[in-house]
Design a protein around this ligand. Structure first.
Ligand SMILES: Cc1cc2nc3c(=O)[nH]c(=O)nc-3n(C[C@H](O)[C@H](O)[C@H](O)COP(=O)(O)O)c2cc1C
Length: 197
């Protein structure tokens, strides 16, 4: 099979708890720079990247634990929060990707569809990253655990522009020995109108 097809086909989400170590940050920086090359209407370059070290990963994990625990009145949530803080905090690699769109800009006033187009571009970049990780033998997981709801999130990762950024993905990554099962999909015919057939 052609290499790109093979990478797309074999990539699966894997649990950070099974990751054993992270690649060198310089490799991840290179992959980010490649992944940025995605289609982008109006060339807005909306994606912002936060490449965390182990200290920041622990801090973000703690914030997520607190977000899940809430006010602390539900023991089940407190227990889940502790589990999540541990799972996230001990992940070997975490790259946070946000989408920057200034809703007060003239571009958005004139072309409001840009809000969704920017999000689409950022999502393409995230998938590029997952595929690039896979191509390097690095496992990954895209999470949208709502850690950004924590009041200290923006300052913890020093968001470029807290008012105009939203988190698109928390990309956990690391080396993994976990075996992958194949994922099943609905028959293509159910989702495709093929006028060439
Ligand atoms: C936008 C997005 C958000 C996701 N958020 C989560 C998440 O918060 N927690 C989680 O366990 N998996 C999350 N996932 C991973 C999906 O659950 C996973 O992709 C799906 O189960 C299909 O498995 P596969 O990636 O192995 O094909 C997310 C995936 C996407 C694309």
């Amino acid at each position: 099979m052609n290499e790109l097809r093979s990478i797309i086909t074999r990539r699966r989400t894997r649990k950070p708890a099974g990751f054993s170590g992270a690649p060198d940050p310089s490799l991840v920086r290179e992959l980010i720079d490649v992944a940025r090359r995605a289609p982008n209407h109006h060339l807005t370059e909306p994606a912002r990247f936060y490449l965390l070290d182990s200290v920041k990963i622990q801090e973000v994990g703690k914030l997520f634990g607190e977000t899940v625990s809430g006010v602390g009145s539900d023991p089940a949530l407190v227990e889940k929060g502790e589990r999540k803080a541990d799972e996230w905090g001990n992940a070997p690699g975490l790259l946070i990707v946000t989408c920057h769109t200034d809703k007060k800009s003239n571009l958005i006033k004139n072309k409001p569809a840009t809000i969704e187009e920017d999000y689409a571009t950022t999502s393409c970049i995230c998938q590029n990253l997952l595929l690039l990780f896979e191509s390097e033998g690095i496992a990954s997981k895209w999470s949208t655990g709502a850690v950004w709801e924590h009041p200290k999130f923006a300052e913890t990762i020093d968001l470029f522009s807290p008012e105009t950024e939203r988190v698109v993905a928390l990309l956990f990554y690391g080396y993994s020995e976990t075996d992958l099962t194949e994922r099943t999909y609905a028959p293509l015919e159910n989702h495709l109108r093929d006028f060439t057939a």
